[in-house]
Design a protein around this ligand. Structure first.
Ligand SMILES: [Cu+2]
Length: 318
């Protein structure tokens, strides 16, 4: 039997007679599943859960390659692409009993697209405007400035195309960590640098708030791969605009645990050069500043699990 590509390496599109159905980014379910997607895109650190359905018997292969892509074209950011001739093999041995009637396969077994809404835990709640308004949680939003910036030439750790967080390399201890206050929703408004740098957050999930058309590079497009309301712990958008005015807005809802984690660029060569920032998960009433005596004491007294903790947008499963 001939070998076919699940995603056509010439066009970047899914093979005729096959469907690519996305369920989750980074192990977090979409709000409605399954979602038919025109391609796969995985940046460094990304995972995805998909099902493939093909009508025509044959041997199929999934390859990882470069361009072209269903997302259009964009300025080549000159990062390393993983090219892997075989990611997985799929063998379709026969048509199902239903399909032997030779009716169009969509008619014999129609796709139930976006028909199922999975439950979600609090730390992975979809933090859309609608959900926040319904939860009466607009007043619990905290706006925070965060983004990747190109490092200036001459600074320690400078390597071509590296990055820093809010203009700084990793500080330990960090006098000014990103504060995640329990019970709140933290919004990173217009997070910069996501056209190139994969943003990875430990101990939390980020909601994509919006993917506006004016945040695209020329000749590029948003696809069904990422939609507003999707969540992930590693986010990068190669088709996104770069330069002045560029930025994607994200939201995070901390869980009940206090302590430190970090966020960083998931390109390891950038992370190793210091593109990392400490994140402090903080119980209400234990606000502190590192470096002050009172701050150190408040740190020590902070319970591991915050008392009377409640999510701003409540979960649908515990
Ligand atoms: Cu980076």
């Amino acid at each position: 039997m001939p070998q076919r590509h699940i995603v056509n390496t010439q066009t970047g599109n899914v093979a005729k007679g096959c469907e690519l159905l996305l369920f989750a980014h980074d192990h977090v379910y979409l709000q409605q599943v399954p979602r038919k997607v025109p391609h796969i895109y995985l940046t460094s650190g990304n995972r995805a859960e998909l099902l493939v359905r093909c009508i025509n018997p044959g041997n199929y292969v999934l390859t990882a390659g470069r361009y072209p892509s269903a997302m259009g074209t964009w300025v080549n950011t000159d990062v390393n692409n993983l090219v892997q001739p075989v990611v997985l093999r799929l063998s379709v041995t026969a048509r199902s009993r239903w399909d032997r009637t030779h009716r169009p396969w969509e008619a014999s077994w129609p796709l139930q697209e976006r028909k199922c809404a999975p439950l979600y835990p609090g730390y992975a709640a979809p933090l859309t405007d609608a959900k926040i308004i319904r939860a009466n949680a607009v007043g619990k939003m905290v706006m925070q400035q965060a983004g990747f910036t190109r490092n200036a030439p001459g600074v320690v750790g400078n390597i071509p195309f590296s990055c820093s967080v809010n203009g700084r390399f990793l500080d330990v201890p960090d006098p000014n960590p990103l504060i995640m206050e329990q019970g709140k929703i933290i919004q990173w408004t217009n997070f910069t640098g996501l056209f190139l740098h994969p943003l990875h957050l430990h101990s939390g999930t980020m909601t994509i708030v919006a993917l506006p058309l004016d945040q695209l590079q020329p000749n590029a497009t948003w696809t069904a791969w990422y939609e507003p309301g999707d969540r992930g712990d590693t986010l990068q958008f190669p088709q996104a605009k770069r330069g002045p005015g560029a930025g994607i807005t994200l939201r995070i809802q901390p869980g009940p645990f206090s302590g430190y984690s970090m966020m960083h660029c998931h390109f390891l060569q950038h992370e190793d050069a210091g593109c990392v920032k400490l994140v402090k998960w903080q119980c209400p009433g234990y606000e502190s500043t590192l470096g002050s005596v009172a701050g150190v004491l408040a740190e020590k007294d902070q319970p591991m699990v915050c008392k009377n903790f409640q999510y701003a947008v409540p979960p649908t499963v515990w």
